[in-house]
Design a protein around this ligand. Structure first.
Ligand SMILES: O=c1ccn([C@@H]2O[C@H](COP(=O)(O)O)[C@@H](O)[C@H]2O)c(=O)[nH]1
Length: 287
């Protein structure tokens, strides 16, 4: 199941094309790798870098060849300093070797050459944390993301820009009106729509839209992927996806972390949890 995505012709395709192929082959589920302290504890592991490594590689070994997309949460690796970041690097390499795509959830955002520094760390194939896509924050202005957009285009990588996040505090800024009358979220979605305008099927520039927002008046048809965290532990369900995403539901990448990870450490239990979630989302998203 892994090799069709790894074939050299696919390797050189833009992120959006590779993402569609991976979801077609393995189902739409994105498994979040969030090694919370309470999860290490429930897996019988110590809250140390060794515990982090056992947890992370346990997820990788169980799921890398059957799940399309993984979203490691950088914060839980950074918590352990350089040793933790080394685990993130290794996990990313192993997942990609098994044909999965990796979105590192680091929500980076800065200006000019600093943003370019983040972009080269995560998006350039020569970067130490080279992955398929990175989450980024647009709150220094959508245009501040340009160095990451340029690097993503150069590397065939993708970006997921925060638009309508799953947390209840999000609307305070995201629903605010900009000078041209659109909301902040609407301005982000417009920016992404422009970036994806020439993409054939799925563009490489995605939005983060939580599965927990009850509904939205924003146009989510951006011809790009819609990363939907908030499923499972935060209360979002497969049915919420139809309500939130409407006609854009086919482009949703449903992401779930604690709901799946809580089934470990047994590999079969992790695989069953991922298969159940994948089947539920497949049915709703039309795969
Ligand atoms: O709007 C957002 C953006 C990112 N996240 C991240 O997704 C996971 C959710 O974990 P669960 O255990 O499935 O709740 C976590 O890494 C968040 O930082 C989000 O939840 N909402």
């Amino acid at each position: 199941m892994s090799n069709e995505i790894l074939e050299s012709d696919m390797r050189n395709k833009p992120f959006g094309t590779r993402l569609r192929a991976a979801m077609d082959a393995r189902g739409p589920l994105c498994v979040g790798i969030d090694p919370h302290q309470h999860l290490l504890d429930s897996w019988g592991l110590p809250d140390t870098v060794e515990g982090l490594a056992s947890f992370t590689y346990g997820v990788v070994d169980a799921l890398a060849d059957r799940v399309a997309v993984f979203k490691p949460q950088s914060a839980f690796f950074e918590r352990f300093g350089s040793g933790g970041v080394a685990v993130l690097e290794q996990a990313t390499i192993r997942l990609r070797e098994a044909g999965a795509l990796v979105i590192i959830d680091a929500k980076r955002g800065d200006i000019g050459t600093t943003m370019a520094g983040y972009a080269s760390a995560y998006l350039s194939e020569k970067g130490p944390l080279a992955c398929d896509a990175l989450t980024v924050s647009p709150y220094l202005g959508f245009g501040s993301l340009q160095p990451a957009i340029d690097e993503a285009l150069e590397a065939g990588a993708g970006l997921f820009v925060l638009a309508l996040t799953s947390n209840p505090e999000g609307p305070q800024f995201q629903s605010a009106r900009t000078a041209d009358g659109s909301t902040v979220a609407g301005a982000v979605l417009n920016g992404l729509r422009e970036l994806n305008a020439d993409a054939d099927d799925l563009g490489s520039f995605g939005a983060v839209v939580g599965a927990t927002i009850s509904s939205t008046d924003e146009d989510l048809n951006i011809n790009g992927p819609l990363l939907a965290p908030g499923l499972g532990a935060q209360g979002g369900t497969a049915d919420s996806l139809t309500k939130v995403f409407g006609t854009a539901v086919r482009n949703v990448v449903p992401s779930s972390s604690r709901e799946i990870l809580g089934a470990g450490p047994d590999a079969t239990a992790l695989q069953d949890a991922a298969a159940r979630a994948n089947d539920a989302y497949r049915a709703v998203l039309g795969y």
